[in-house]
Design a protein around this ligand. Structure first.
Ligand code: PRP
Ligand code: URA
Length: 208
């Protein structure tokens, strides 16, 4: 299950993010906006129901308020996933936020979990977010960790990936729907996506 969300507005913003001259502030703003735009696809199939509470329109009609059937947990993979949280939360203010601390060993490219906290919610839709899907190791480890805590309705929301990472996640977890804005050519020998956009965490937080 793979959806490439290649809307023209996303393409323009992503091209700005790829530019090495784009500064951290503009990088973050574009990531934020792309995350909001992607919500249209990621949550497109969710159902809603009317609740008892009502409101009146300016035209004098009383209507029932509408709510999503699913409770949403947004689970960013630290650090870079944090850059997608506000964009999604602006669209779904009721989303609860978890955190999955994961870093990639620079030599082995193996993921290491260092923090995990998700809100306790009954039958939620858990959306794991991370801008970069490279080898797929971090995403697979994050899905593992979420499943281990008993959650089964999981989606993965990424910005840029490559065929290697997508195949790895699809093989490990065919039930997890991947939403991604762009599939790039390949991984380089250091495990970076080509052409990609460099180190997303460093560019979001200005650490290099
Ligand atoms: C980056 C990125 C992903 C991971 C992708 O994080 O944000 O989490 O690498 O690579 P993979 O698909 O090969 O696992 P990194 O570990 O560099 O941590 P950071 O976000 O703290 O910079
Ligand atoms: N992590 C990043 O931030 N960028 C890549 O290209 C690969 C992993």
């Amino acid at each position: 299950m793979l959806t490439v969300v290649n809307h023209p507005l996303i393409k323009v913003k992503l091209a700005l993010m790829r530019d090495e001259n784009t500064k951290s502030k503009e990088f973050r703003e574009n990531l934020d906006e792309i995350a909001s735009l992607m919500c249209y696809k990621v949550f497109e199939d969710l159902e809603t129901h009317q609740i008892d509470e009502t409101y009146n329109t300016p035209t004098g009609v009383e209507l029932h308020k509408e709510k999503l059937n699913n409770k949403i947990i947004l689970a960013p993979i630290l650090r870079a996933g944090i850059g997608m949280v506000d964009g999604v939360r602006n669209m779904i203010p009721t989303a609860r936020i978890g955190h999955i601390g994961m870093y990639r060993d620079e030599e082995t490219l193996e993921p290491h979990e260092y923090y995990f906290k998700l809100p306790q919610v009954e039958n939620p839709l858990v959306v794991i977010c991370d801008p970069m899907l490279a080898t797929g190791g971090s995403a697979i480890a994050a899905i593992d960790a979420v499943k281990k805590r008993g959650y089964s309705n999981i989606r993965l929301m990424c910005l840029v990936g490559c065929p290697e990472g997508i195949k790895a996640v699809e093989k490990a977890y065919p039930d997890v729907h991947i939403f991604i804005a762009a599939i790039d050519e390949r991984l380089n020998d250091k495990g970076y996506i080509m052409p990609g956009l460099g180190d997303a965490g460093d560019r979001i937080f200005g650490t290099k």
